[in-house]
Design a binder for this molecule. Structure first.
Ligand code: PEP
Ligand code: MN
Length: 337
C-alpha cells in the first residue's frame, strides 16, 4: 500500500502518518519527490485502516501497489530517481559514463586508465579489486591493495569510483574506498549481500543476474531499498541464452521496460553483454537511443595484456570516437552528455 500525500503537504502531516503506521507495527518508507511525499507501507497491510488513513490531513489517496516490488515500482514514485554523487547526477537528463578496466592490475595500469578517461571528459572510474571469476585459478583481483590504487588513481581528477563487493563481510572495507558499490551479476540474488549494502548510504550499481527475470531483478533492488537505501542503479548486462557468438544476449527492450516499471536509473554494460570489443560502440549507441541513463564500459590501456576480460575491453583509441557518437545520439533524443 502507498499513501500519497497532497502536493507540498507540511512535514508535520507526513510525520503524523509515519507515527500512526509505526504505532501499528508497520514500517513506513517515505519517498520524497520534488512535489509530494509518498509513504510506502511495508508489513502486513491487512491491518491498515484505509478509510481512517484517507481522512487524515494532508493525505491525497491511499492506494494498493500491484507489483511485488513496492519501493522500486513506478506505481510508488512517478518521478525518475536522480542519484547525486559529487557533481554528477545519475538518472537526470545527462548521460553518465563509467569507464575503466575490468580489474585493477597495477598502479601504472589504473593511473593510465584514469588519465585516459579524464581526457575523454568521463567522471566515473570503474575497476574491480574483488573479482568473481569462473575458475579459482584465474586472477582474483588485488583486494584491498586494488581498492587503494583505484582511489589514488581517481583522486587527482576528483573522479567517482565504482567497484564490486562480493561478500557481505567486505562491505565496510569497500565502502571506505568506493563511491558506488557494485553488486555483480553472480550475486544479484545473494540476499544477505543485498541487505548489507541496503544498510549503507552508498549508491548501489545492481547488475542483472545471468539468468534472472526482470521481476527477480527488480525484487533484488527491492531487497536493497527495503533496508533503507533507495539509491539503486539498475544495470542490464545481458543474460545467458543458447547463443554463443556473443558472451551474453542483450535484449534492448529491457531498457524502456525497466523505465516503465521502475523509477530507478538504468545503465547498460555493453562489455559483458557482448564479450567482444568491436561490438561495444554500436551496442552503446543502441542503449542510449533506447533510453539508458548511462553506460558502464570496460576500457584497458593495453587490452591484450589484460588479466581479465581483455577481449571485450575497448582500446583507448576507441574511446573518443565512441563518445562523439554517443553525443550525437543524446542530441537526437533531447539529452546531453
Ligand atoms: C564486471 O563488471 O567486471 C563483472 C564481473 O560484471 P558482471 O557481474 O556483470 O559479470
Ligand atoms: Mn569484467
Amino acid at each position: 500500500m502507498i499513501i500519497v500525500m497532497k502536493a507540498h503537504a507540511p512535514e508535520k502531516q507526513v510525520q503524523r502518518i509515519i507515527d500512526e503506521l509505526r504505532g501499528q507495527n508497520l514500517q513506513p518508507m517515505p519517498l520524497i519527490g520534488t512535489e509530494r511525499v509518498v509513504i510506502a507501507v511495508i508489513g502486513d497491510e491487512r491491518i491498515l485502516d484505509v478509510s481512517h488513513l484517507s481522512s487524515l490531513p494532508g493525505v491525497s489517496k491511499v492506494m494498493p501497489v500491484l507489483q511485488p516490488y513496492k519501493l522500486a515500482s513506478r506505481e510508488t514514485k512517478w518521478e525518475n530517481t536522480i542519484i547525486k554523487i559529487k557533481d554528477v547526477e545519475i538518472g537526470g537528463d545527462k548521460i553518465v559514463m563509467m569507464v575503466g578496466p575490468c580489474s585493477v592490475e597495477s598502479k601504472k595500469q589504473i593511473e593510465e586508465s584514469a588519465a585516459i578517461i579524464h581526457k575523454a571528459g568521463i567522471r566515473i572510474l570503474r575497476g574491480g579489486a574483488f573479482k568473481p571469476r569462473t575458475t579459482p585459478y584465474s586472477f582474483q583481483g588485488l583486494g584491498e591493495k586494488g581498492l587503494k590504487l583505484l582511489k589514488q588513481a581517481a583522486a587527482p581528477y576528483n573522479m567517482i569510483v565504482v567497484t564490486e563487493v562480493m561478500d557481505p563481510r567486505d562491505v565496510p572495507l569497500i565502502s571506505k574506498y568506493a563511491d558506488i558499490l557494485q553488486i555483480g551479476a553472480r550475486n544479484m540474488q545473494n540476499f544477505n549481500l543485498l541487505k548489507e549494502v541496503g544498510k549503507t548510504k552508498k549508491p548501489i550499481l545492481l547488475k542483472r543476474g545471468l539468468s534472472s527475470t526482470i521481476k527477480e531483478f527488480l525484487l533484488a533492488a527491492e531487497y536493497i531499498m527495503s533496508e533503507g537505501n533507495s539509491e539503486v542503479i539498475l544495470c542490464e548486462r545481458g543474460i545467458r541464452t543458447f547463443e554463443t557468438e556473443t558472451r551474453n544476449t542483450l535484449d534492448i527492450s529491457v531498457v524502456p521496460l525497466l523505465k516503465e516499471l521502475s523509477h530507478l536509473p538504468v545503465v547498460v554494460d555493453p562489455s559483458h553483454a557482448t564479450g567482444k570489443r568491436t561490438l561495444v560502440p554500436a551496442v552503446s549507441r543502441a542503449a542510449i537511443a533506447a533510453g539508458a541513463d548511462g553506460l558502464i564500459v570496460e576500457m584497458h590501456p593495453h587490452p591484450d595484456e589484460a588479466l581479465s576480460d581483455g577481449d571485450q575491453s575497448i582500446t583507448p583509441d576507441m574511446l573518443m570516437p565512441m563518445m562523439e557518437e554517443i553525443k550525437a545520439i543524446t542530441k537526437a533524443i533531447g539529452r546531453s552528455i
